[in-house]
Design a protein around this ligand. Structure first.
Ligand code: ME8
Length: 504
């Protein structure tokens, strides 16, 4: 039986259209999910939408529609966006799904009955756009530390989750599981800035707005955002439902990807909910940086972005996927720039990858009518080149496992660059002039085809269309990873995979 692998993105707020920052997390999760499938894992890749809350209720009111109508529109647009990026999610959870609502109510009731949730009074400073409560010491210049907007004081009867009860257990867990919070710097930030100063119990219900899941035994209250949102990762798997086989199979998650501003909810509140439910914690929560434009976070509330589909239309889906996967060192902030996307597409995709396929297939057609076998004439440059082809998969494995996704991509492109250099070193056009060197010429072309085939196999995870197109032109179906000695190629006529983009 194959090993299971569960990876999640955050569930996004459908409070405005999605931008390239949301695509960033989702494309990375998709690449990891595809890669694990390629390696034989039984993968569950989940994304979804976080649809409740005051912000949505207010926006729907302004638009003159019900909250559900309001989110339905945005969610169907988001699904279209994910389709256009070839996001291969297995589950799309909406917090308005019946299964989610029922399970959140069961979880709330269970935690209340066992004393982990209690009723009290909430007095606090609330930022409506971010749906976050802050203590006065967390404010920056009296404003919300995340979005720099005004906060206002609220006081109401509310239910609370006893975070304080689990504080010591949480610190002990984090310290004894070094992989749980990654990268390392985020772990230190959580322990030193948030947990050790003391955890305050968390408000988990509200009475001041209606768009949410009713607390089943006290319907004046609706479940407040984080208990509703975080539990999505298990409600989708059928936790506490009649059929919890997927929960048994996939939980605990292998990787939960989240943006850096919500690491604290995922590494403090979420583990405590799980501990209270007596469940295992995810193996890893990875907090990534933001995509920024001109130094500012790309964000719905700042509105500083274009519809990502404009880039897809202009440059093609794989140019966008490649840029996002390759450009940013995962974990840090990275700049998104259309100009850099064009530069990368031209240099790496049109020149490096495109030229290699074009040159190799053209020569295979010109000298051998496209039919190439391995004649095993091994000469200078071959050993190093072939060992690079053989080692590629294990290098990519290691880099994907440590979430160095940009480096994983880079190692594939390094092989493609090396292959272009191998053409220059072996000079097939000179070999072609000498009848006695025909077997050597065929061996050279065979090695090049193997480099292309192995790269195309691994690229399925990162750039699925490109991988498919490479296989179509190679006219071969063998997707084994690693150098094969005895394949027979009958390649097609090359057509450009990436056109050079002229800058406006
Ligand atoms: O936080 N660059 O939803 P959200 C990179 N519903 N990532 C970005 C980004 C950018 N410019 N802008 C946003 C929520 N993101 C909650 C999550 S999970 C149980 C609930 C990322 O739509 C952001 O960091 O505001 C976060 O991880 C994700 O998009 C969803 O943000």
């Amino acid at each position: 039986m194959s090993k299971s692998f569960y990876i999640t993105t955050p569930i996004y707020y459908p409070s405005g259209n999605f931008h390239i920052g949301h695509c960033y997390t989702t494309i990375i999760a998709d690449a990891i999910a595809r890669y694990k499938r390629l390696k034989g894992y039984d993968v569950c890749f989940q994304t979804g939408t976080d649809e409740h809350g005051q912000k949505i209720e207010d926006k729907a009111g302004k638009a003159g529609v019900s909250p559900k109508e309001y989110v339905d529109n945005i969610v169907s647009d988001a699904i279209d966006l994910w389709d256009s990026l070839h996001i291969s999610y297995d589950k799309f959870l909406r917090t308005t799904d019946e299964i989610h609502i029922k399970t959140v109510q069961k979880i709330f009731t269970k935690l209340y009955k066992q004393g982990d949730i209690y009723k009290g009074e909430y007095k606090g400073l609330y930022c409506t756009p971010c749906e976050s409560f802050w203590t006065s010491t967390q404010l920056v210049d009296g404003k919300c530390p995340d979005c720099n907007r005004e906060v206002h004081e609220v006081s109401e009867e509310a239910y609370f989750l006893k975070l304080s009860k689990y504080q010591d257990r949480l610190v002990e867990y984090i310290e004894s599981h070094p992989d749980f919070i990654q990268p390392e710097s985020r772990k230190n930030e959580m322990i030193n800035n948030f947990i050790k100063p003391g955890l305050e119990d968390l408000c988990v219900s509200r009475t001041s707005f209606r768009w949410g899941i009713p607390v089943p035994f006290d319907e004046n209250h609706i479940v407040y955002v984080w208990l509703d949102a975080l539990t999505n990762y298990i409600t989708s798997l059928g936790y506490m439902s009649e059929d919890d086989s997927e929960f048994q199979k996939y939980w605990p998650a292998n990787i939960q990807l989240v943006g850096k501003e919500i690491v604290r909810f995922h590494t403090i509140v979420w583990p405590i909910i799980l501990m209270a439910l007596d469940l295992e914690l995810p193996k890893q929560v990875f907090g990534h940086g933001w995509l920024v434009i001109n130094g500012e976070k790309i964000s719905k509330s700042l509105g500083n972005y274009k519809d990502p589909r404009e880039y897809i239309k202009k440059y093609g889906v794989d140019a966008v996927r490649y840029y996002v996967l390759r450009e940013v060192s995962f974990g840090n902030d990275g700049t998104f720039s259309e100009e850099a996307l064009i530069t990368r597409t031209n240099a790496d995709l049109a020149n490096n990858l495109g030229n290699l396929v074009n040159r190799t297939l053209s020569m295979a057609n010109k000298y051998f009518d496209g039919k190439i076998c391995n004649k095993n004439i091994v000469e200078e440059y071959d050993t190093e080149f072939i060992s690079m082809i053989c080692n590629l998969s294990s290098i990519v494995d290691e880099r994907v496992d440590s979430l160095h996704i940009n480096d994983a991509m880079e190692s594939i492109f390094e092989l493609l660059r090396r292959a272009n250099k191998y053409i220059d070193e072996t000079s097939p056009w000179i070999l072609a002039k000498d009848e006695a060197r025909r077997d050597r010429l065929e061996s050279v072309l065979y090695n090049l085809l193997e480099a292309i085939r192995v790269s195309a196999t691994l690229l399925e995870a990162f750039m699925p269309d490109t991988s498919k197109e490479m296989f179509r032109q190679l006219q071969i179906e063998d997707k084994s990873i690693g150098y094969q000695e005895k394949l027979t190629y009958q390649v097609g006529t090359p057509t450009p995979i990436f056109e050079r983009i002229e800058k406006d």
